[in-house]
Structures are given as C-alpha cells and as structure tokens.
Design a protein. Structure first.
Length: 656
C-alpha cells in the first residue's frame, strides 16, 4: 500500500490579486512575500525577534527569542514581560480613544457601539470586580457567555489581571461545562441568565447549575451572572452574584498585571474530544504576536476597515479574530449574537450593507447553507464595502468558493482561505490578498516564518503532486505550549515518535501541487482506503457539491468485505428530500457524476439523503456520528450539542 494519499481533485482556475489590492497591500506582490519568507528561512530567530519587538508593547524587553532545549516544550521570548489587555486597549487610548472598537448587533437587530475608551473602562471595572472576588494571576476562570461585548470584556479582564480564562461555547452541555471546570480547577464561572438565537430565548445559567450539581466542581467559589434576557433563574445566594451588582461603585481604572511572555493566557478545550477533555494551553506573548501578524498579513488590516469574523468566542477563531487580533490592531469590528438565517437568509448580507463591512470572515459550512437558503440573495444588497473575504474551519470546496467570489465578492475581492487549528493559535497557511494568485479550494502557501511540509509515514518529504501528512518542521511563536496538566498527551498527540518527535503533526492529510500550493484533503482519520488507494474525503465531497442538485455533502468510510473500505455519502439536496424510486434515481446520477469527476474508485457505495447534516450549533459537522450511522452502529455519544438531533433518524434510513 502506498504511504501517500492520492489527490484526485483537478482544479486549474487561477485568480491573480486585483491590481488595486496589490497597490495598497501590507505585503504587496509575490516578490514581497518571497522576500519575507526567505528572510525567515535565512535567520529564523532574528526574523521572529524583530517582528516581536516591532509589533508588541513590552513592559520588559526579552533577550532570548526561542529556547529549544526542552523540545517539544518550546518557549518564546521567555524573559520578556507584557500584558495582553494593555496591548489591545491601553495602547490606543491616546491615538484613537473615540474610535469605535465594537459594533454589536443583537439577535433582534438592536445595534450597540462602544469606543476604545469605553471598552477600556468596562474591562478595567470588571477586572476590579474579579480582584474583589479574590481572583489573582494564574487562577482559572471559566467563561460560558453568549456572543456579546460582555464576552470580550470578561476575556480581556482576565488577561488584564493575569487570570487564565477557559471559554466554553454557549451551546455546550452541562456535562461539558463540568468536565472543563474539573480539568482546569477553575475558581470562578462567568455566565448569563440566557441568550437569544434565531428569535428564541435560550437559558444558559441552568447548564452551569446542573454542571455544579454533577459533582467534582468544589474548586468553584463564585458564579457571576450577566443579565441578558431577564428570564427567571434559580439563585444560590452562597455563590451566585449579578455582574451589575459586582461592579457597583468600582473604579474604571485597573493597572495591568505584567506577566512573562510564556504565562498562559488561556486554556481552550478542543471540541469533540472523547474521554478526558483536551485543554490546549496558549501563551501570552507568542500567541498575541500570531494574532497581530495574521491580522496584518492575511487580512491586510487598515485603519478604516470594518472587520467581521462570524465565529463565536467559544472557538479559537473567536479568541484570535474577535477578542484579541482586531483589538490589538485598533480595528473596528462587528460582533453578532444571532444566526445567519434569522429573521431571513439575507441577515449576513444586510449586516454587511448596514455596517459597511470591508473584511468578512466566515466558515464554508455557513457559505454552503446560505447558498442553499438563497444563492441570489446577496444581489439584493449593497456589498460594495467589501474588499476581502475569508474562510475558516475546513477546506472550502471549489464550487462554493466560486459562488463566494462571484456573488458575494462580485469577482473583485480576494478570498483568504485560511488553514490553521486551535493548536496553532493563528493562521499558518493562507493567501495574502495583495500577493498570492488564488486557486479555488487551496489554502495556497505558508505564512512567512511557518515551515510547513508534507511527509510520508516515515517523515520523509513527498514530491510535489503527491499527498501525505501535513507537518510543521519548526516551532512558531503562537503554537500550543502544552495540554493542560497532561504533558505526555501533548507529546504523543502533536510530536509523535513516528516522525522522530521532531515535527508538529497537524492531523491533516494534504497535497502540494506543482506550484507548491497546499490542498487540505481532510483529517488523517478521514482518509479512506478503497482497494489499496488512499483517498481524501474532502475531494469526494467537493465532487458531490459540484453537482447542481447538491447543497451539501459529507463523506465517511465504512468497512467493506470487497474493497476494505467503502465510500458512504450523506447528501443534502437543493430540493425536497427524495424517497423510493426518486431517491435511487438521484443517487445513481450522483454516483455517475463522481465517477466522471474523479474516477470510478471514488463512487459512493451508499448515499443517504437528509434535510440537513448533524451539526453542532457552531456549524461543525459531527463526522463521528456519520461514521457510526454508516457502520450501522447504535449512537451512544452525547448529542445534546447538536443543532438538529432529529436529523440522525432521517440519515439512519436505508441508503439509496
């Protein structure tokens, strides 16, 4: 069996950056990108040292850039001291105190704007509230809040006093909250009575109450509750305290607590991990540098931009590109409480029009669902303010990319298709909008200072045009530092002995084409072995979605006596879910289409139709559930975080 992964997707379209974008870009033209990258290769430490000195404000300057003596527990700028909140807020108080920092649009459309000075005072006041409760440097604080200005305030306030925050997505269950409290030994929970999503009021505090009742949470001393909905809550006077009451009479100035660059800024538990939750630990200095440089390089941020990242703060995207990156750059950003289809499927486009958004960053899942909800809807809105589009979370299939480019970007906005992970802290492989010629579906080239490569199972580089394991060969400033409380798991998960413990293993299969562009082919555990050929699921999904009848598709493998593994496809059509003879006819059409696009080898053996795919409330497809359905197994996992649990029953129906 070949140890490389076969690439079967053939995408030949190329889109050069628009001249007007090149002219004013922070990295202007491919020559400038190559020069930067060559600098980072020639003097790696010197490159990252200069960038850190030039772009962050240090309370105490570092003298050592990188320490590799305890690999893979690398440290960056270790003897330097800074404060992340100071770098996001205080640094702008003289130059832009009255500039809008956040435009918050609530689920019901109500808009609130807050300036840098106002945000600074709110963060300071809340930080004083945390100090009043005895929270100090190094204490862990669990945050379970809706998308809101308050979520940013809570995170920034923790950073201000050196407390370590761990944000839990507001759609997660009480069990998830309990597990994270126990693992982090958190002293405090910050939550809200509830939140609004899609016109519905959804309670939040009961999940915290239930989590504390499940046991093992004796480390929790207080629960701060933000009054968002005014809904009824069960109150425990021994530990519950209203946010507004905590802040009463407190000063709105709070000096920052300076911490070492390696001091943990946050722990973020990776979603969907089985067994004990996996707490990804990030540093203060290196992490912030990654956020700042990717805002400059990838989003080409300018002082007059209105930046909108649609991710929830419960995910790393919401940490880096909502709470930290945009504020460190002094940008104006949009934060949205609701969902893209309420009160109608034009919500995103209306918001871009109303707030004059210039940089829009969202997930391929959202893009595909918006195509299904109304592919021509963007044409009804004035989207002329847009200059850069971005995607995050998974590879974007070429047909969705083309729709995004032509219909949303009006064929004039570069698309930055960003590859990165919770563990990497910030973008790793991505086009630079004023430099990189784009290929639909490719995340293109590594950022300056990121030594990405594709290797086989022995750790040897594979030749261009072949697929294999995506690795990062050198440490980088914003990288994961550890798994909280579990260093052994950190080493085996990310620096496995298979590759001599030298390379960071991303867990993704990828291909690098003859131009050196990277194409992500899906998670390594999503690679199918069909008759001795290793195929990436992403490419089969792309072929299915390219058919005019298909809105969305997910592909998994299931055991097969004849071929070892068979391709099982779960498909959402742009028309009503078919059954009987009609379902069989459409399934045969789709099989023939995949055979034509890729080859007979990739034809799905099973095709099942659903009104939707099983997704978390953040839009992530739960592929493990699909694998269980494909194998005919009973689903025993917790499905409380699913947006649409009823879909599972539909998808269990016999495959067409």
């Amino acid at each position: 069996m070949s140890s490389t992964i076969e690439s079967v997707l053939n995408e030949t379209r190329v889109f050069p950056p628009p001249p007007e974008c090149v002219a004013q870009a922070n990295v202007s033209g491919m020559e400038a990108y190559r020069e930067l990258y060559a600098k980072s290769e020639k003097d790696y430490e010197g490159f990252w040292g200069k960038i850190a000195r030039d772009n962050l404000i240090w309370h105490k300057q570092f003298t050592k850039v990188l320490d590799e003596s305890n690999a893979p527990f690398y440290t960056w700028y270790e003897d330097g001291e800074l404060n992340v909140s100071y770098n996001c807020l205080d640094r702008h108080l003289e130059s832009k105190p009255h500039k809008t920092a956040i435009i918050f649009e609530a689920d019901n459309g109500q808009v609130t704007k807050i300036t840098y000075k106002e945000l600074y005072h709110r963060v300071c006041r809340f930080a004083n509230g945390l100090k009043k409760l005895g929270i100090t440097k190094g204490d862990r604080v669990l945050i379970y809040l809706p998308m809101s200005i308050e979520a940013v305030v809570a995170m920034q306030a923790c950073a201000r006093i050196g407390a370590i925050h761990s944000v839990v997505f507001g759609g997660f269950s009480a069990k998830s909250v309990q597990e994270r409290i126990i693992d982090a030994k958190a002293r405090l929970v910050i939550t809200a009575d509830g939140q609004y999503r899609g016109g519905k009021e959804m309670a939040l505090k009961p999940a915290v109450d239930e989590a504390l009742g499940l046991g093992g949470c004796g480390s929790i001393e207080k629960v701060i509750v933000y009054k968002r909905t005014g809904g009824e809550v069960t109150w425990n006077a021994a530990h519950d305290i209203w946010w507004h009451e905590l802040e009463e009479g407190l000063p709105d100035e709070c000096p920052p607590t300076y911490v070492g660059a390696e001091h943990p800024l946050f722990i973020l538990y990776t979603s969907g991990s089985t067994g004990k939750p996996k707490g990804v630990q990030h540093s203060s200095g290196g992490y912030l540098l990654g956020a700042v440089m990717s805002m400059k390089w990838v989003f080409d941020i300018k002082s007059n931009d209105v930046f909108w990242c649609t991710a929830d703060v419960g995910w790393v995207t919401g940490h880096t590109y909502v709470t930290y990156g945009p504020l460190a750059m002094g940008a104006t950003e949009v934060i949205f409480e609701g969902v893209p289809t309420y009160p109608d499927a034009g919500r995103f486009w209306r918001m871009i029009q109303d707030h004059k958004v210039s940089i829009f960053y969202t997930a391929p899942t959202a893009i595909r669902s918006l195509i299904k909800a109304g592919a021509d809807l963007p044409k009804n809105y004035n989207l002329s303010s847009l200059r850069i589009l971005g995607t995050v979370g998974e590879p974007i299939n070429p047909e969705a990319w083309m729709w995004y480019h032509n219909t949303v970007g009006q064929a004039r906005c570069p698309i930055v298709d960003t590859w990165w992970q919770t563990e990497t802290g910030g973008h790793m492989i991505s086009p630079l909008p004023g430099a990189t010629p784009l290929k639909p579906g490719s995340c293109t080239l590594p950022l300056p200072g990121i030594m990405a490569a594709i290797v086989d199972e022995t750790g040897a580089d594979v030749e261009l045009g072949k697929g294999g394991f995506l690795v990062i060969k050198k440490p980088w400033p914003s990288m994961i530092r550890n798994i909280w409380g579990d260093p052994e798991r950190f080493k085996t998960s990310y620096y496995p002995a298979d590759f001599g413990g030298k390379y960071y293993l991303a867990g993704d299969g990828a291909n690098r084409d003859l131009d050196g562009y990277f194409w992500i082919m899906g998670r390594i555990d999503d690679v199918l072995n069909v008759s001795g050929h290793r195929l990436g699921t992403m490419e089969i999904e792309s072929a299915l979605v390219a058919h005019p009848l298909v809105a969305e598709a997910a592909v998994v493998g299931r055991p097969d006596d004849l071929t070892g593994e068979a391709v099982a496809a779960f498909v959402v059509l742009k028309l009503a879910r078919p059954s009987g003879a009609e379902a069989k006819k459409i399934a045969d059409t789709l099989r023939a289409h995949v055979a034509k696009e890729i080859g007979a080898l990739a034809k799905p053996k099973d095709i099942r139709f659903g009104d939707n795919l099983p997704k978390t409330r953040s839009g992530k497809i739960m592929r493990r559930l699909l694998r269980a359905i494909a194998k005919g197994e009973e689903i025993t996992q917790d499905v409380s975080t699913l947006e649409n649990p009823a879909i599972l029953q539909q998808l269990k129906e016999p495959a067409a």
